[in-house]
Design a protein. Structure first.
Length: 283
């Protein structure tokens, strides 16, 4: 029995274990984690791969992403061992705050390791049909590569630490679905999305208070760039404007999760401006 770093050749088996739970993740999404944090994902081996966990570091904030154990190996302490290993790794990376977005099933494990529930996060899946593919927008403008440092500064303030590497990576993946709001030559909002094997991931989606009136324009612009298909979005239940706007879209599925924190509570200090998060595994 051993825990070691995840390697590219582990991906097919790791994905099979992850998707036993119905998450629907694909190889490019796990590869994204490895590009952001090459040494931060781990597998549990007992003759064969029995579990996996991914992490990413944004400055002083660490994020626990996927933590899964094969359904054939439950009750053996594998999840606890993987979580402890990941926490130790993130502490070695000098993080003083570790976050995870946990399902109800996962909350007891995280609680036993000292994580505290901070706030509710809704996961919404929308099914955008052809009739809804081109939604009206007028205020949102295409985001340009030259905007990324300014976008990252806003994201750093609202997330709690620097995520420039993530912002650059998400833009490179699908620049045509990245939009901004500009007032008096200043960026006051932005949204990003990227294509997946099962649809589109939407987020981050951010608006300054002066731009609340145009938050829907950002959403519509990004979804129009994506086109028809399933859209995945995570948002804070406390951000009522975001919840209200998304209630106008054709809902396919929704469930509630919890943002849990180990260490300092410093992530998302201004959720009134965070209309949608990047992704559960990315923070």
């Amino acid at each position: 029995m051993t825990i070691r770093e995840m390697e590219p050749e582990d991906l097919p088996v790791a994905l099979r274990v992850i998707n036993e739970e119905g998450w629907g993740y694909t190889q490019p999404e796990i590869e994204r984690m490895l590009r952001l944090e090459p040494s931060g994902s781990f597998v549990y081996i007992d003759k064969e791969l029995m579990g996996a966990i991914t992490t990413v570091v944004h400055g002083s904030i660490g994020v626990i992403g996927h933590l899964v154990v094969s359904k054939h190996a439950r009750g053996k302490g594998i999840g606890r061992a993987l979580l402890k290993h990941a926490i130790d790794y993130l502490r070695l990376r000098k993080t003083d705050s570790i976050i995870v977005i946990a399902t109800n099933e996962g909350r007891p494990l995280y609680s036993k390791h000292g994580f505290k529930v901070e706030r509710e996060v809704l996961c919404k899946h929308f099914m955008i049909e052809n009739a809804h593919a081109e939604l009206p927008f007028s205020k949102a403008e295409p985001m340009l590569r030259g905007d990324l440092k300014r976008v990252s500064r806003i994201d750093c303030e609202l997330f709690g630490d620097d995520r420039l590497a993530l912002i650059n990576l998400l833009y490179d993946e699908y620049p045509q679905a990245c939009y901004k709001l500009v007032e008096d030559k200043e960026i006051v909002g932005f949204s990003m999305a990227r294509k997946t094997a099962t649809g589109y991931d939407f987020g981050p989606w951010v608006c300054r208070p002066s731009a609340y009136h145009a938050a829907r324009s950002l959403l519509n612009a990004t979804l129009s760039a994506c086109g028809p298909g399933k859209v995945y979005c995570g948002l804070f239940e406390e951000n009522r404007p975001a919840v209200s706007i998304t209630e106008t879209l054709p809902l396919f599925k929704m469930w509630s999760t919890m943002l849990m924190v180990l260490g300092k509570s410093k992530c998302y200090p201004h959720i009134d401006q965070v209309f949608g998060i990047a992704a559960f595994e990315l923070g």
